[in-house]
Design a protein around this ligand. Structure first.
Ligand code: NAP
Length: 275
């Protein structure tokens, strides 16, 4: 199995694209797991899973849209069983810090009989540069039901480094890595750092959970609004106001600071707008 492919589920996403690139650059054979990959993978079509899992040594699993969505645990369970059946040796699961549904899915992987590494991540810095908060940041206003809670925002590059280590080195087997940035940050401070890097004002506007739910209902409908509001209720209530040591334990180095992320993202044109 030395040269067996390593599967990256979500290989076109924020974490998966970085993991696939790093693995390829290090000489590993990567099997991409997204809907338009050479061998397509679709969470909604379980019949696509066996061909993607065939012959794979280990797999990175990022679930879409989020492990809190209805049906996610059943799919993680079914994927885990399919991986077992296909002879996959190890799963590396991306999970969310302070999320009960995500931790239920961690237990499914932990009890699967497969080797595993669990990566339990805090808020992604790249939410502001590649994710759903990029447009609001460019519009100058980030409205969240976060009050003055502090969050140790993590750079997705650090998650990718931890995942690559976990996929390629048995020393990480059986580990749960709580990966966070190196400092607790209020969203007003995050907005200030974004303002400096972007060269334009970005304001943080605290809103209530009810206001958040109403705006999400407009965008995605009531089911999506319910799930996303549930995630905010859980993860922005103060329970995550502490630093994790997963990056340090896995990589023996410090994670990247949010200010450095902002500077680097601006330098690479993350907020450049099409003319
Ligand atoms: N954002 C955060 O702050 C945060 C924090 C902690 C944990 N997380 C977790 O991170 C995970 C998302 O990872 P990410 O941000 O790296 O991904 P992402 O950037 O949201 O990208 C989503 C990926 O999923 C794929 N995808 C979408 N629909 C799919 C489907 N029906 N079947 C198969 N693949 C599908 C996309 O590929 P195609 O569209 O090309 O098929 C893409 O590769 C979620 O589980 C979330 O809970 C996020």
């Amino acid at each position: 199995m030395q040269n067996a492919p390593i599967l990256v589920i979500g290989s076109t996403g924020k974490t998966g694209s970085r993991i696939a690139k790093r693995l390829s650059e290090a000489g590993h054979v990567v099997r991409h797991g997204a809907r338009k990959s050479e061998i397509p993978f679709d969470w909604e079509r379980p019949e696509t899973w066996p061909p993607v899992l065939a012959g794979v040594s280990s797999a990175y699993v990022s679930y879409f849209p989020d492990l809190a969505f209805p049906g996610a645990a059943e799919k993680i369970d079914a994927l885990t069983k399919a991986a077992h059946g296909a002879g996959v040796k190890k799963l590396v699961l991306l999970s969310g810090r302070g999320e009960s549904h995500a931790q239920y899915c961690e237990d499914i992987v932990r009890n699967s009989g497969l080797d595993f590494t669990l990566i339990r991540a805090s808020w992604f810095a790249q939410n502001f540069s590649e994710g759903y908060l990029r447009d609001p940041a460019l519009a100058g206003m980030i409205a969240l039901s976060a009050g003055d809670v502090l969050e140790p925002i993590i750079d997705v590059d650090d998650i990718a480094d931890v995942a690559v280590a976990a996929l390629t080195d048995d020393r990480h087997t059986g580990q749960l890595y709580e990966v966070t940035g190196p400092r607790l940050l209020g969203f007003a401070n995050a907005a200030a750092a974004l303002s400096t890097a972007m060269g334009r004002e970005v304001r943080y506007v605290p809103i209530t959970l009810e206001e958040f739910h109403a705006s999400m209902t407009e965008i995605g409908g009531p089911m999506i609004a319910d799930v996303l509001t549930g995630i905010c209720r859980e993860t922005l209530d103060g329970r995550n106001q502490s630093l994790g040591d997963g990056v340090q334990r896995a990589l023996r180095r410090e994670p990247k600071d949010f200010g450095d992320f902002c500077r680097d993202a601006a330098a690479t044109g993350a907020w450049r707008q099409a003319a």
